[in-house]
Design a protein around this ligand. Structure first.
Ligand code: SF4
Ligand code: SF4
Length: 233
């Protein structure tokens, strides 16, 4: 009998707050992820820190090949982040960003190019300095029109940019992980901008996570936005 059966039982019974079809896909992905593990402690940790949700999202993303994208290296209007949050990321993504960015502490960052740019950005080349560690929200955001991205970065509405479906699957997987681990382990989400800013400012990992940690209601709100966006598409 698999040692992860109790976790699978928990996962089977919960829902995410996202759209039913997206939740079903995320649930299948998470259950396959957990079933493939032989160590229940590790499986629990990877559900809690979002490694599992990120894995599910990345597998879904790897199966897509959207056409007509305008995205290229050095094109960075999408790295101008509105508000002080910048988007939802998991703990494993926050840790990976800290690992990539903390050695760059003290160097000019994206904010030298644009005051609202992501601190992970290189202000000269406008490429991501944490490319391999960039979170799901960055991987899944694409566009067919650079000018539309520029308009959106200036606060205008425009057609062209959008978030690919696997981002919604990833969010649902985080919601399912939290629900399945209720009373067992905390599942936190983090603010991309705050994590990147603390990391480039030289904060310790512990302080970076404390600076970026969301209130639990942030994930619930993001899941509601996701559900609304999906119903419009
Ligand atoms: S999403 Fe927009 S701004 Fe970002 S790389 Fe693609 S075209 Fe450029
Ligand atoms: S992490 Fe990298 S890709 Fe994502 S917003 Fe920041 S600079 Fe852009």
């Amino acid at each position: 009998m698999s040692k992860t059966l109790p976790l699978l039982d928990r996962l089977k019974k919960v829902r995410s707050g996202s759209a039913p079809a997206v939740t079903d896909g995320a649930q299948r992905g998470l259950m396959a992820y957990v079933a493939a593990q032989s160590d229940v402690g590790r499986a629990t940790k990877e559900l809690a820190d979002g490694t599992a949700a990120t894995g599910v999202g990345r597998v879904a993303l790897s199966g897509l090949s959207p056409r007509g994208l305008a995205c290229s290296n050095g094109c960075a209007f999408c790295c101008i982040l509105s508000g002080d949050d910048g988007g939802t990321i998991t703990e494993s993504e926050a840790v990976a960003l800290h690992r990539a960015l903390s050695p760059l502490s003290g160097q000019p960052d994206g904010r030298a190019w644009h005051p609202d740019a992501c601190p992970s950005l290189d202000p000269e080349t406008r490429s991501c300095r944490a490319y391999d560690a960039r979170p799901m929200i960055c991987r899944a955001y694409v566009s067919t029109d650079v000018e539309a991205c520029k308009a959106v970065s200036e606060g205008q509405a425009a057609n062209g940019p959008g978030t690919l479906g696997p981002y919604h699957t990833y969010l649902a997987a985080i919601g399912l992980s939290r629900a399945a681990l209720k009373g067992v382990k905390r599942v936190s989400t983090y603010a991309l901008s705050k994590v990147a800013a603390a990391a480039v400012d030289g904060a310790s990992l512990e302080d970076t996570l404390a600076a970026g940690r969301h209130a639990p209601s942030e994930l619930e709100a993001e899941l509601k936005r996701s559900k609304r966006d999906l119903s419009r598409s």
